[in-house]
Design a protein around this ligand. Sequence first.
Ligand code: SAH
Length: 413
Amino acid sequence: MNRVVLKPKRDWSVRKHHPWIFSGAIAFGEAGVGETVEVVSAEGEMLGYGSFSPASQIRVRMLSFDPQRVPDGAYVAELVAQAISRRAAFFAPESTTNACRVINAESDGLPGVVADYYDGYVVCQLTSAGAEHWKQTVVHALMKGVPGAKGVAERTDVDVRAKEGLLSHAETQRRGGVAGFGVLAGEEPPELIEIREGDIRYFVDVRNGHKTGFYLDQRDARSAVGALAKDREVLNCFCYTGGFGLAAAAGGAKHVTQVDISHDALELAKKNEELTLGEGRMTEDGRRFGYVEADVFHYLRKCRDEGRTFDLVVLDPPKFAATKSQVEKAARGYKDINLLAMKLLKPNGILATFSCSGAMTSELFDKVLAEAAVDAHRDFQMIGRTRQGADHPVALNFSEGLYLKGVIMRRMA
Ligand code: SAH
């Protein structure tokens, strides 16, 4: 087995079981793409084993912090089995959903491996060289371990794979950044998979949708918003396939305006409305849903200029900051939309606002929101916080794993 030797004093993060070793921490040591290496301190002490990624800044991702435990196929399969067993409640007959994240990468001990479950079908995203190396083992263990697994498929993100040296430059160019999809085992999933989340039904497009098709990570937040929505006029910004809006309607909202820039997402949101509420209830007391294909930055200004107001606004934008260097620009974006949304709220109106940028800390997000409130000349009280659901756990030694933060607040009369 090849060996990677760390520079003096660069072993502390591995000793704290942080899974990433950056290229700058390595004195010497080479290996092939995704190969398992021994990780050794400058003094020669064995610290564990990781997967080597020659093209990435994150040169090694730790698989085992135990020098006695060499990661082989059986070890990786066992990690998959453990991840599945930790989600037992989601697979139980009394579960209120048939969709969850089954493997959450580093935080389940499997760097770069994401696996989402949608009513029998598992969709993986393998985003590191090590994850690719162990692909067959992971797929086999998923088919074996996920209760009632019908098939395992893969969504590939070309940009990430290029970064990990898993695609040639030519290949990256040729594919033009388009996501790929392939069946790895078992049955091919249908064009749309139907899932449920409590009373709500969604179609998930695992081939063309975002991430693996659905924002499973917002499950708890959708339910929190639903519980606050009774009799409210709701504006759901960045609605994707309708999640927060459907949750609000199920919670008794008077009317929901769903806004997204993506035509395809809105089309699916409409289908989800029909699927959840049925033709009859949908038209019971006039249409309960409006759909707007627009840039939220513009639409909020339009609402402001027209003097429109709402009782509940949801802001769940895409990632504004991918890296630390983009945080400042991202903060301006968050401040802009939150300030505008605050101005649209009636007295006692509720703002449910989210950031899924890992680089944006919870503290900084709070600060941005507080500044936005001052500039909007409004007073708010915080009434709740949300985060990614329990099927998206965060290993305590891997704070990077906490990316999704939500704040629910009320405008004081
Ligand atoms: N709330 C959703 C997930 C939102 S994902 C859920 O619970 O499922 C972010 C969404 O923002 C995507 O659907 C994307 O199409 C949309 N989006 C990105 N930039 C936008 C913009 N400037 N204006 C409107 N929508 C945008």
